[in-house]
Design a binder for this molecule. Sequence first.
Ligand code: DQA
Length: 147
Amino acid sequence: TSVLVLNGPNLNLLGLREPAIYGSDTLGDVEKLCRATAAPLGLDIDFRQSNHEGVLVDAVQEARTAHRGIVINPAGYSHTSVALRDALAAVGLPVVEVHLSNIHRREPFRHHSYVSAVADTVICGAGAHGYALAVTHLARLLDHAQE
Ligand code: DQA
């Protein structure tokens, strides 16, 4: 079983970027954590990052036939992108949204995510560990879908 872990803009700079907010783990570390979490659950991970909204929309559309579920950190596009939300709604796969930081404890413009309304689950404020929680929970959603 294969799942997509999709990362939005500026997450390529993880580790360098505002470490007090986002932590010192790099995106490579996050990828390793996702793979280590997924392997014993029998999940294969397609781990991707893009700074471009349309590339993220394409990745979500491709997941419709290539993957069984999606973990997504939409980053800045969480707060702006109707297109990404619509893509997630269109493919109809289980979606777990993850944010490293607790977006509700930050600036008001981060409090609303367009993606949350089409996500099954939202995890925020757990740092990089949130990705491990997200992958674990997606596996659970997929198990329950099979029953
Ligand atoms: C983020 C939170 C967003 O508000 C921000 O734009 C990001 C990262 C997080 O993981 O905490 O780029 O999604």
